[in-house]
Design a protein around this ligand. Sequence first.
Ligand SMILES: [Zn+2]
Length: 268
Amino acid sequence: MIYLTSLLVFYFGSILGSFLNVVSLRLPKGESLVGRSHCTACGHTLSWLDLFPLFSYLLFRGRCRYCQKKFSSRYFLFELLSGVLFVWAFWQVNPQDLPGYLLLLKVWVVASALLVVFTIDLEHFLIFDSVLISAGLPVAALNLILDLLSRQLSKLELGSLTFGGVFAGGVFAGFFYLLWYVSRGRWIGFGDVKLMFFLGLALGWPNTAAAWLLAYFLGTAYALPLLVLGKKQLSSRLPFGCFLAPAALIALFYGPTLVNWYLRLLGY
Ligand SMILES: [Zn+2]
């Protein structure tokens, strides 16, 4: 039963991934998200048979059925990664009751947003407000509903998703705003400030801190070999969102493990 459910979840994730890929391709170009897909080479409108996630790509060997031009493998990779993320979240949350399913929904929304943020930031050095807002509003609503269900809201504590989220978002967005202001946007972009508020809402306290530290570790691990080999200069920009997004994903699933690890590293 768990295998069948996982398979369904995987396929649901890959269908959504197909849409998220379209979002990450069209948003930076200012194109509508709802229009039908065309082959970029021959302009033929693609039918559901051409757009069936993963299978169409395998069935037609990644080529357009009408002009035989090869599609970018990014379609396949996006659908695959999205499916894997959705199943991973399903296994981690392992929902048994209503709060469990609501939590899973929240994790799926956050993971989808991070996938889009990562891709667009990597390609265009941009983080779109529309992505953060369309994921941030349902996340805030789900935080509130989950708190109401678990009666956490009556206590003004960081353990509640709502207060913890707003607190973490406020603290980190504030800190990033300072970095942005002091460096006049050279160290980080203003998009990172807004992304931090979203991550605060999504991860709460102290998982946002764990994600933030991990993003620096990832960034250093990426930049150091390049600097040593003289391939990059310190001034060459790396979009920080590209490190924050995967770090946040890891913190989303393994936040408490990460926090314990940091504390041990500091000798606590
Ligand atoms: Zn074509």
